[in-house]
Design a protein around this ligand. Structure first.
Ligand code: SAM
Length: 282
């Protein structure tokens, strides 16, 4: 593609046409990728709409487009994803943050609004998006933990970028609570929750780029969540809360009798879908 021959608007139009075959958001994908190639954001892109892109940016854009046509998610190509109030670094070591996980952040921020300096643990932290966004909203001492060393490396990158001067964020490599000590005011989790059936039905081409251990939650999809529910009370302060994201049928599996915690709310999204569950230490 010779960039000097094409205006920004033309490059977007041609790319969106191509991307129609593989993406549900072809124009948006094209805009984000071209903005990245031009070293700007989508707003900046619109101010250049009638300008020529230039050879260097057009070549870079063509390479991004090729990767996208091969189903690689936009966020892995640009290495960034917006979540809550920040932009997070992401690569194939971590799940790409999903907007539905923001319900956990909102609930935690609400619970913490009158607490001076809470202790928060985000297990299954991946990129760190949930825990770091809670810190952004409320200010807290934060522990981020994940079974994957690779994921923790990415969480460390995000912590250093978003809170460069912070000394109260710690990282623990842990199979659920196995290496966790201490007690917390709030524990959050977005554990893997796809069932065997979901893995067959929903793991489409794009998801194949994301780490499998971020998705598979056991035969019913609820096995990992259930393990957490049986032991989380040991790590909550008196009156503390646990918030977990739920899979498609997650709320059907919740049994009311976990040791030391009680279900206080099923959190729904704007379309009324059960997205998360809130438990309180009793
Ligand atoms: C659905 S992803 C969530 C990532 C991130 N919290 C987010 O919302 O984008 C699940 C994460 O759980 C981690 N994980 C899987 N099994 C685990 C286990 N047994 N103990 C701790 N973390 C685990 C994976 O490495 C992955 O980072």
């Amino acid at each position: 593609m010779n960039g000097t021959a094409f205006k920004v608007s033309e490059l977007i139009g041609k790319a969106a046409e191509k991307l129609k075959n593989i993406s549900e958001t072809p124009r948006l994908d094209a805009e984000i990728l071209l903005a990245k190639a031009l070293g700007t954001n989508r707003f900046g892109l619109f101010t250049k709409y009638n300008e020529e892109a230039g050879d260097k940016a057009a070549e870079l854009f063509a390479s991004f487009l090729e990767r996208r046509m091969n189903f690689e998610p936009v966020a892995y190509i640009t290495n960034e994803k917006e979540f809550f109030e920040d932009t997070f670094f992401v690569d194939s070591r971590v799940l790409i943050p999903r907007p539905e996980s923001e319900f956990i952040v909102e609930k935690a921020a609400d619970l913490l609004k009158n607490t001076e300096k809470a202790d928060v643990l985000d297990i299954c932290c991946g990129s760190g998006c949930i825990g770091l966004s809670i810190k952004r909203a409320g200010g807290c001492r934060l522990t981020l933990s994940d079974i994957s060393e690779n994921a923790l490396e990415v969480a460390k990158i995000n912590a250093a970028r978003l809170f460069p001067a912070s000394t109260d964020i710690s990282f623990v490599q842990s199979d659920l609570f196995s290496n966790i000590s201490g007690k917390f005011d709030i524990i959050t989790a977005n554990p893997p929750y796809l069932s065997e059936k979901d893995m067959k039905n929903f793991v489409v081409k794009e998801l194949e780029f994301e780490p499998e251990n971020a998705f598979f939650g056991g035969k019913t999809g609820f096995e990992i969540t259930e393990k957490i529910l049986y032991s989380v009370h040991n790590f909550l302060k008196s009156g503390g809360y646990f918030i977990t994201e739920l899979g498609f049928e997650g709320s059907n599996f919740i049994n009311k009798n976990y040791d030391g915690i009680e279900l206080t709310e099923i959190i729904k999204d704007y379309s009324g879908i059960n997205r998360a569950a809130l438990f309180r230490k009793v």
